[in-house]
Design a protein around this ligand. Structure first.
Ligand code: ZN
Length: 285
């Protein structure tokens, strides 16, 4: 492999579309700044609900293939060239929402052996040697089995990599500060009559909302708002975008957040409110 740039960022997500919703502005910004951005997505999301009626015929493997094409288009919008499916496309099945019989499917990601799946992620870490890892909190942000399992696998992979002498300097969880979310939702409720959406989501519908004190890092992706919206729009089976708002299959409007937030959970200097995931790292260090 050709020599990688000094700064290398790894993001681990559950389904195609999670990366654009959570980190689209961050990914676009770092890619534009010459950082090597690697996305690992754990499943193809083939149990996702399809929004557009003209695509409603897509289910199972056909939906998975379609969502891989959507992911490819979204990465084009964000300028990210290194994106992979954990273990190869289709290795781990979508587990469906928590509590469904789908969770018991032996091929689904929820049933995967964490160490085995983490070993596959370690292969990527050996190749890319990221200094920064971004993933979900232990609840997966909102309790979806694939998101919880993504947290477990990413965390285990970081441990295994450290044990073989390849520690990842900083580990972050995706977050939305409560005050930021409240402000954005207040604006949304005012604008709602001027949007194509009938109802607004609530704070409970947003993954990863926490009290502001827990948020350590704020990435201003305002300049990449259009790229983020375009990437989200590329996931047309899952997301309806009407900037600066969007809705998932439940039809409830949410703000597209272009300043993205993180909680540093491992490594770093402990400085309050960093504005760079690579804060504290200098070339040659
Ligand atoms: Zn997801």
């Amino acid at each position: 492999m050709t020599e990688l740039p000094f700064r290398r960022l790894l993001l681990v997500h559950a389904h195609p579309d999670d990366e654009s919703i959570n980190n689209g502005a961050t990914m676009a910004r770092y890619a534009a700044e010459g950082v090597h951005v690697t996305l690992v997505t754990c499943t193809l999301g083939e149990r996702g609900e399809v929004i557009p009626p003209e695509l409603a015929h897509l289910t199972g493997a056909a939906l998975g293939e379609h969502r891989l094409r959507e992911l490819t288009a979204a990465m084009g919008e964000l300028g990210v060239t290194d994106f992979r499916l954990l273990g190869g496309a289709g290795r781990y099945g979508d587990s469906g929402m928590m509590g469904l019989a789908d969770n018991d499917d032996p091929g689904c990601f929820w049933q995967a052996d964490v160490d085995e799946a983490a070993a596959r992620l370690v292969e990527v870490i050996r190749e890319v040697r990221p200094q920064v890892l971004v993933t979900y909190d232990p609840d997966g942000g909102y309790g979806h089995p694939d998101h919880i399992q993504t947290h477990r696998v990413a965390t285990r992979a970081a441990e295994l990599a450290a044990a073989e002498g390849r520690p990842i300097a900083k580990v972050y969880w995706n977050r939305v500060p409560r005050a930021t979310a409240e402000k954005a939702f207040a604006g949304l409720r005012e604008d709602l009559p001027r949007t194509p959406f009938d109802r607004a989501a609530g704070l409970d519908d947003v993954p990863g909302v926490v009290d502001d004190e827990r948020v350590t890092t704020e990435i201003d992706g305002t300049a990449y708002a259009a790229a983020k919206a375009a990437a989200m729009r590329a996931h047309a089976t899952q997301i309806t975008v009407a900037e600066p708002y969007f809705a998932l299959s439940n039809g409830l409007a949410q703000p597209v957040l272009t300043t993205e937030h993180y909680e540093l959970v491992d490594g770093g200097s402990g400085r309050v409110r960093e504005t760079d995931l690579f804060d504290g790292m200098e070339e040659g260090s």
